[in-house]
Design a protein around this ligand. Structure first.
Ligand code: GDP
Length: 443
């Protein structure tokens, strides 16, 4: 993700605060210059970058700061807060309530990832216990209904659409009515993304919105869109009451900054980001978590939420996280959970202290290929070994040979597992220290 590049540049600029002996106007200007250059290089809207710079200069008035105050901390916090403001319009996003129909209408240009995201969202709510359904109203693009049907069938989500009805407004009305009377909680309406003329597209959107009276309109923006995002977002906002934004394709080479600027253009919060083509590749977006993660500070909140989402509140893993204890048994529990946790790379990025390069290296395929082998090794260990942090193996190396023989792997593989456990243990210790930098910044 190119945003990692942005994060690296900004945290690099912030690091100069720690190494500098004197903190003066000149240093602040240099830092701000680098932060702004990094944001512009990521396609964040020029006006937003200028106002971010102005705001930080206003907050951090070095001349007026009393002697003895921690200038480093004030600068760090001002930059962190302004980065958060950039992605957070301060509006509480719409949340569906169970037991009544919540109609969510999707809008966005063709190719932005709308249809894919509709299914991801319905799946997301389905996992949270909502009865979710999909309605396809795209009568313009041949194959649109087939695509939605295919996605929905795979995810076992009820859907509505038609090969013969050519009026999208009628389709929307019929679909929503059907699912309402069937008692569905979340009804996701996908709309067309392309027409012969843009005016037709916007007119249709307006009519569908007037007909189904959505509780929320979600604008889907392609993360690779660049500076054009601002104008696109405004055009949609002027036509329909955009309530939330989803930014897609943030897994690839998206600079992301352009789409992020749409927050200011619409005043609507980003609610999710799309991080891949698969149904589970949808991450809840939270401004502070996003900025923390981007700056390599981890996202303990997000990690805890992911774990809690799996209803593992009482599991030892959560206890490990809280206490900063990590044994081989913790590793065993974590490995057996890994398949439901989703790609390791996603979880890894949330761990404070985990270098982003390492997080992205822990790819999905690699993770699943190693999983079985690791489980075999752990299954070959005794209770005493599992309850240790691994040091036991180094004082008695014969244990390493025994586990290797028992699980049919090489000695090097067992050593690698022990090293990984040690590393995880160190990370968990950092996490239980509750991301010290975040605390220091008072966030
Ligand atoms: P629509 O025309 O707006 O409905 O767009 P689609 O849902 O058909 O998506 C267009 C393409 O983008 C498809 O190939 C999707 O698989 C892909 N896509 C959608 N969301 C993401 C994402 O978050 N990451 C990646 N890598 N691809 C995505």
């Amino acid at each position: 993700m190119v945003l990692a590049e942005l994060g690296k540049r900004i945290s690099g600029a912030l690091r100069s605060l720690t190494t500098a002996t004197v903190i003066d106007e000149q240093l602040l200007d240099n830092i701000l210059k680098e932060v702004c250059a990094a944001l512009l290089a990521s396609d964040v809207n020029v006006r937003l970058v200028q106002s971010l710079r102005k705001n930080i200069k206003k907050i951090v008035n070095l001349e007026e700061l009393a002697a003895g105050v921690n200038k480093r901390r004030i600068i760090q916090k001002a930059i962190f807060d302004e980065l958060c403001r950039l992605v957070d319009p301060g509006v509480e996003p719409f949340k569906p309530t169970k037991g009544r129909p919540n109609v969510i209408m999707f809008v966005g240009l063709q190719g932005s990832g709308k249809t894919t995201t509709c299914t991801k969202l319905a799946h997301y709510y389905q996992r949270k216990g909502f009865r979710a359904a999909l309605v396809c109203t795209d009568t313009f693009r041949a194959g649109a209904f087939d695509q939605l049907k295919q996605n929905a069938t795979k995810a076992k989500i009820p859907y509505y659409g038609s090969y013969t009805e050519s009026d999208p407004v009628q389709l929307a009305l019929d679909g929503v009515e059907r699912f309402k009377s069937d008692g569905f909680d979340v009804i996701v309406v996908d709309t067309s993304g392309r027409h012969r003329q843009e005016t037709e597209l916007f007119a249709e959107m307006k009519q569908i919105s007037a007909a189904v009276q959505p509780d929320n309109v979600i604008l889907v923006l392609d993360g690779t869109i660049g500076q054009a995002a601002d104008a696109h977002a405004r055009a949609f906002r002027d036509t329909v009451p955009v309530g939330s934004i989803v930014i897609t394709k943030m897994d690839g080479h998206a600079k992301g900054g352009g789409a992020i600027s749409a927050v200011a253009a619409t005043g609507s919060p980003i609610v999710f980001i799309g991080t891949g083509e698969h149904i589970q590749d949808l991450d809840v977006f939270k401004a502070q978590s996003f900025v923390s993660k981007m700056l390599g500070m981890g996202d303990l909140g997000g990690l805890m939420e992911t774990v809690q989402d799996l209803k593992l509140e009482n599991s030892n893993l959560v206890k490990n996280l809280e206490q900063g204890v990590f044994t081989l048994r913790s590793m065993q529990q974590q490995m057996s959970m890994m398949s439901s946790l989703g790609p390791l790379s996603r979880v890894a990025g949330m761990i404070p202290g985990m270098p982003p390069e390492l997080a992205s290296q822990l790819s999905d395929a690699q993770g699943s290929a190693n999983l079985k082998r690791i489980m075999c090794m752990l299954d070959s260990m005794t209770d005493a070994e599992l309850d240790s942090d691994g040091r036991l193996f180094y004082t008695q190396p014969s244990r390493i040979y025994r586990v290797a023989r028992g699980s049919g792997v090489r000695v090097g593989d067992v050593e690698m597992l022990l090293m990984q456990t040690k590393k995880m243990g160190e990370m968990f210790k950092t996490m239980s220290g509750m991301s010290k930098m975040q605390q220091k910044l008072g966030v």
